[in-house]
Design a protein around this ligand. Sequence first.
Ligand code: EPZ
Length: 421
Amino acid sequence: MDKLIIEGGNVLKGEVEISGAKNSCLPIMAATLLTDEPCVIRNVPPLRDIYTMIRLLKSLGMKAEWSNYTVFVEPRRKQRKYLAPYHLVKTMRASVCVLGPLLAKLHKAEVSMPGGCVIGHRPIDLHLKGLSALGGEINIEHGYVVAKTKQLKGTRIYLGGPFGSSVLGTANVMMAAVLAKGKTLIENAACEPEVVDLANFLLKMGAKIKGINTHILEIEGVKELKGVDYTVIPDRIEAGTYMIAGAITGGDLILKSANLEHMGAVVDKLRQTGVEINTDQGNIRVKRRKELKPVEVTTLPYPGFPTDMQAQMMALMTVTEGISVITEKIYPDRFMHVAELNRMGAEIMLEGASAIVKGVKSLSGAPVMASDLRASAALVIAGLVARGKTEISRIYHLDRGYEAMEKKLSKLGARIRRLKE
Ligand code: EPZ
């Protein structure tokens, strides 16, 4: 297993290119199951999760390959299969979003139930509720969701759970509804930019969807969808991660190919702390000149502050003088990074679903362990300013969602290298 070794203390400066959004690519790749025609998806970064989705599409009888930031998918009509096996689903929860397209297109699906997850309890009841409402007959058998239907039929579905809307739940139900007979209304739909991106992909395929970018989606089912050529949006979480990496070192960065429109809450909080964020000839400039100020952050569904930026924001607050409070309202247990940051000298206390962060003068490098994708990013950010050497193990988590992070950071002046094991 590879490790990252970081020598902290360098100020980050220069330009960084933001990759395509992983969390757009995955459901969009699943949506190619809805057509018999080839699809081309552009701006797809070479990430572990992308390769897992390619393997899954292949196991479902599709031709799928990644080359030069582009995924090509072509259905092999006679060889289509409807079983998403445990060994693939267990490595990536997003695999569950093949369920809706398979049920809509093949009228059958057997998809392994996703297993436990380190960021907390992650049920799929809303996905199943929506698909049943559309007329899917759904059973759980031997660890698999077994779904079938004669024909899905449009209906009115309320898709809210105890923590609000569901991103992949909305994606799954929307992908099923586009081929259902008649009209579907999804109430309390998620409106994260990645859900909007998927809806735009489906529109291009010939789907009829109204209310995109709102919490109520109105979908008129069509008989079939066509293959398309589509470019995914930039990754707002990767962009936010580099903003914080730059800010924590007192740096000056230009983010290329990022979209500030998708980052309102993150930009607002960073500006409150004293980070300067401006647009500069179509790029985003992030500069920090003064001491940072503590903030209160609560994660919420979009357009609220994203849970996927919570750990990185916490890393920034560890060296911000004063008391910051970070409350997690999407995954109340998503705090695996706290113990590791404290090992580096941070002073963070957990109180229910809130972390109380008392800023310290400096962090000190230590061997730490990555527990999930965004927690890993937080440890990298902390390592950039820690005194001495930080050694992060289990960085396969990082490779699931950040393209060549050590290369991008090195180019900006960080002393970071990968140790192959
Ligand atoms: C997506 O997961 C993202 N994954 C996650 O990013 C992200 O953290 C999450 O949305 C929230 O923004 C992908 O897009 C691949 P949810 P998803 O359904 O869709 C509860 C990353 O680091 N819920 O929106 O699975 C759930 O427990 C990953 O890139 C139900 O109760 O998340 C949570 O509390 C990690 N029942 C809340 O809803 C359900 O059926 C929101 O989860 C589904 C969800």
